[in-house]
Write a protein that binds this ligand. Structure first.
Ligand code: UD1
Ligand code: CA
Length: 476
């Protein structure tokens, strides 16, 4: 149920210079989702009454992605005053005047933070009746982070930024994760007092903590048990590290949901993938986008599926598929390439070195070896001979090939589209099918074979072939 007393502010105005990228940092992806997409999904799990995203750098690009992920998120633009404090000040100004609840502040570049951690931060905040509660972490190497400065009684006194810290303060290992819960009224009050007299000339959100303490308000800090949960992505090394962690979490979630993953280290599963119980995933497999795999199917090894649906019990081996639908108990690969618009019916087969595009292969039909089917519709129970190519492109437009039910086409055929092969029809080996084949007919258009007796012995005398031929005919 929506918590109307809760607002989440997502900070995303920064550029992310260290990514060295034309793409804004928060739009880099892990597990098939932008960094900010992960943060918004986590925010959404809290069911807050308001989600406010603060933008500035590459504004329109970032806004488009935010709106895609969460259409009802409120967008606010940061002005030329820099700093996290200014960002939050502008964000909460967009809240309804009568909003009297709590404000969760998160960064758009901290994708691994989960809703359970945020919930316990909110619970801690509410239980302590604090004005502010900071999510902290104890890190071996705290370099770069703001440090939590505690008083002699262990109470939080203030936060000092790395750039402004003394040597003693830099020795503190408890860091500010950049995630907080604030009660809105004291936050609003203190933000108005925050200045920019610091090493970076920015309006620091962290200054609110010291100001609240000076005003006699309670401030709590809750350390997370796993420091990596709150690590931000600032460069591409950290992007890969976050990607690996996220994948580990996703793989583990599916294992606990009944999926066998032979080698988690080489299995990559995007956040939006859905897997049923008793799916088996073999090493070297990437499941991307909105891929869906039904129960009992086996995927891999060395398979990449993008936005692909796999039916129950199907086997998909060493395959690359995008926007394809694979039916129940069907078999695909090894070494198959399924391009968008491929539909393989139940019990069907797309075999070795077969490429398909915009083609439907009916239930029980097989394309077992070395073929290309483009813009083709094959009925049920048909068999397409090895090495068959649909000539679907006449150089100007793409044309359809239709094969009926229970057809048997020969090896090494070319189907010159548009062309139709009827139900139960046959074609001979090597046929170039240029005309429609009626139901039940056999199509052949290969020239009759002539054997010229004795040709090898006469024209290739002395060769191994000629000797073998002589031995076979008893002339030696
Ligand atoms: C901030 C904290 C620091 C903490 C660290 C955790 C402050 C002053 N410092 O430092 O104590 O340890 O996060 O990662 O808050 N942003 C805006 N507008 C701005 C500036 C930043 O929206 O004007 C956004 C950024 O896009 C980013 C987040 O705020 O998502 C954090 O900003 P960043 O510049 O990375 O802060 P740090 O210096 O890392
Ligand atoms: Ca940062």
């Amino acid at each position: 149920m929506t918590d109307l007393t809760l607002a989440v502010v997502v900070l995303a105005a920064g550029q992310g210079t260290r990514m060295k990228s034309s793409r804004p940092k928060v739009l880099h992806s892990i597990a098939g989702r932008s960094l900010i997409g992960h943060v918004l999904a986590t925010a959404g799990e809290l069911e807050p009454g308001h989600v406010i995203a603060v933008v500035r750098h590459a504004r329109d690009w970032v806004v488009e992605s935010i709106t895609d992920a969460m259409p009802n998120a409120l967008i606010v633009d940061q002005d030329e005053i820099p700093g996290t404090g200014r960002a939050v000040e502008i964000a909460i100004a967009a809240l309804p005047a009568d909003f009297a609840g709590d404000v969760v502040v998160v960064s758009g570049d901290v994708p691994l933070l989960d809703a359970a951690t945020l919930r316990s931060l909110i619970d801690t905040h509410r239980a302590a009746s604090a004005a502010a509660t900071v999510l902290s972490a104890i890190l071996d190497d705290a370099t770069g982070y703001g440090r939590i400065v505690r008083g002699s009684g262990g109470e939080v006194d203030r936060i000092v930024e790395q750039a402004d810290a003394s040597d003693d303060e830099r020795a503190i290992t408890e860091i500010n994760s950049g995630t907080y819960v604030f009660s809105v009224a004291p936050l609003r009050e203190q933000l108005a007092l925050v200045g920019t007299h610091n090493a970076q000339g920015e309006k620091y959100l962290t200054d609110v903590v010291g100001l609240l303490r000076a005003a006699g308000s309670a401030v709590a800090a809750m350390p997370v048990p796993d420091g990596w949960r709150v690590s931000g992505v600032n460069d591409r090394v950290q992007l890969a590290e976050a990607s690996r962690r996220m994948n580990e979490l996703i793989v583990k979630r599916w294992q606990l949901a009944g999926v066998t993953v032979d080698d988690p280290a080489t299995t990559w599963i995007d956040a939006d993938v859905t897997l049923a119980e008793d799916v088996q995933i073999l090493p070297g497999t990437q499941l991307k986008g909105a891929t869906l795999v039904q129960t009992g199917a086996t995927i891999g090894p060395d398979t990449t599926l993008v936005d692909t649906e796999v039916g129950a019990g199907a086997v998909v081996k060493r395959t690359d598929a995008t926007l394809a639908v694979i039916g129940e108990n069907a078999s695909v690969g090894p070494f198959a390439y399924l391009r968008p618009g491929t539909y393989l019916g139940a019990d069907g087969k797309i075999g070795t070195f077969v490429e398909t595009k915009n083609s439907t292969i009916g239930a029980g039909s097989k394309v077992p070896h070395l073929s290309y089917l483009g813009d083709a519709t094959v009925g049920e129970g048909s068999n397409i001979g090895a090495g068959t190519i649909t000539a679907n492109y006449d150089g100007v437009s793409k044309n359809p090939t239709i094969v009926g039910d229970q057809a048997r086409t020969g090896s090494h055929n070319v189907f010159v589209a548009p062309v139709t092969i009827g139900d139960g029809a046959y074609t001979g080996a090597g046929t170039v099918v240029r005309k429609d084949v009626p139901a039940g007919a056999l199509a052949v258009n290969v020239a009759p074979q002539r054997n010229i007796e004795g040709w090898v012995e006469k024209n290739r005398a002395g060769t191994a072939a000629a000797q073998a031929a002589a031995a076979a005919s008893g002339t030696e």
